[in-house]
Unconditional design. Sequence first.
Length: 222
Amino acid sequence: MRSIILLILLSIAYPVIAHDIEEKDDRVCAPFRGGVVDPAIVDSMLQAAKEGNLYRIQEKSSRVGFCVDSSIGRFEAEFKGIQGGLALRRKVWGDESQMLVMVDTNSLEMEEDFVKHMLKSESFLDTVTYSKILFVSTGLTWLDQEKAILKGMLTMHGVTKPVSFDVKLTMVDSKNQQHVADIVVTASSFIKRTEFDMDHLTFLVSDTVELCMRVEASLFKK
C-alpha cells in the first residue's frame, strides 16, 4: 500500500521551471509597492521608517514553514525566501502597528525531494503561476506582555482568506552581541488547504495544515 501511495505522489511531482533572477530592489517596502498591497499601508510603513519605528525582516535568519499529515507520515517544509517588515509605533507592539510578509514559494525546502516537487506542482502550490504568498495584518489583540492574537489576510494560490496567528514577540537585548536582530516574532496558525483551492489528493494528504513563522527583524536606520 505504501508503494502505491508513493507512486501516486511521484506521478504528479515534476521539476518546476526556474525563474530568471530578478534584479533586487532595496527600497523600503519594495516588494509591496506598485499596488501589491493598499498604497495607504505602504505609506504607513514608510512613515514608520521616518519615525524610527520600522523593523525589516532579516531574510537569512527568518523562516516560514508548514506541517501536514499524510498517509505515509508527517511532512515538514519551510520557505527561505522571506521579505517584509513590522511597523511598531509603541514601545510594545500596539494597535497602530502593521506587519507585512511576502514569501517566495520557489524557495520551498524539505528533505523529501519528490514531495517537494509535488507540493510545488500545479496540484498544490503551483509555484510557477503563484510565486508569492502574502500576509497583511489587520489587527492585534494582546493576551499578556509577550503573547497576542494577530489577525490578517493571507493570499496563497491566488486566494485571499482571513487568518489568525498565535504570536509571541520578544525584544532582543541590545547588549547581546550574539544577535544582530532587534526583535523576534514567532507565530502559528491552522488553515484548510481546500479553502485555498488546493483540493488534490484529499484521501492521502490532510486538509489541515499548520503554518509556523519565526522572523527576526532589525530596526531600519536611515
